[in-house]
Ligand binder design. Structure first.
Ligand code: ATP
Ligand code: MG
Length: 116
């Protein structure tokens, strides 16, 4: 059974709601990292895009989830629903294949490392 990592980068204001939705959806763990980032608008708040302007890095939250690969579409759909406002900066989702997960206490690997 393969595992994938879902990396979500969004604003602090969306984190509480997202955390609850993910927990309700059965996600068994998450890592949240405070990061600096910008997307296509280079950190500008409006579509006043100046190609020569320097990138401005804004504080963002990165939420990392490791899940069963078959659950990725369902969770991505949920995250999209929770983050969507239709405005720039709603967030970005990256999906990766991962090789393994190991629970140190038991030696469980793969999917077993994620569940009871
Ligand atoms: N190409 C990228 N590579 C790495 N990280 C990125 C990339 N694009 C966006 N990010 C990260 O995702 C965060 C959120 O991006 P954001 O939602 O602004 O994406 P966007 O492509 O600019 O879309 P929008 O036009 O809706 O704002 C950024 O602050 C940055 O941390
Ligand atoms: Mg953006």
């Amino acid at each position: 059974m393969s595992l994938s990592k879902i990396e979500i980068i969004t604003n602090m204001s969306k984190l509480t709601k997202l955390k609850k939705a993910l927990s309700d959806a059965g996600v068994t763990g998450m890592t949240v990292i405070q990061v600096l980032g910008c997307g296509i608008e280079k950190g500008a708040f409006e579509y006043a895009l100046d190609e020569n302007e320097e990138m401005e890095l804004l504080p963002k939250q990165q939420i990392n989830l490791v899940v069963k690969t078959e659950d990725v579409p369902r969770i991505v759909e949920l995250v999209k629903q929770e983050l969507y406002t239709g405005h720039i900066g709603d967030g970005k989702i990256f999906v990766y294949k991962i090789d393994n997960a190991i629970r140190v206490r038991t030696g469980d690997e793969g999917l077993d490392a994620l569940s009871h």
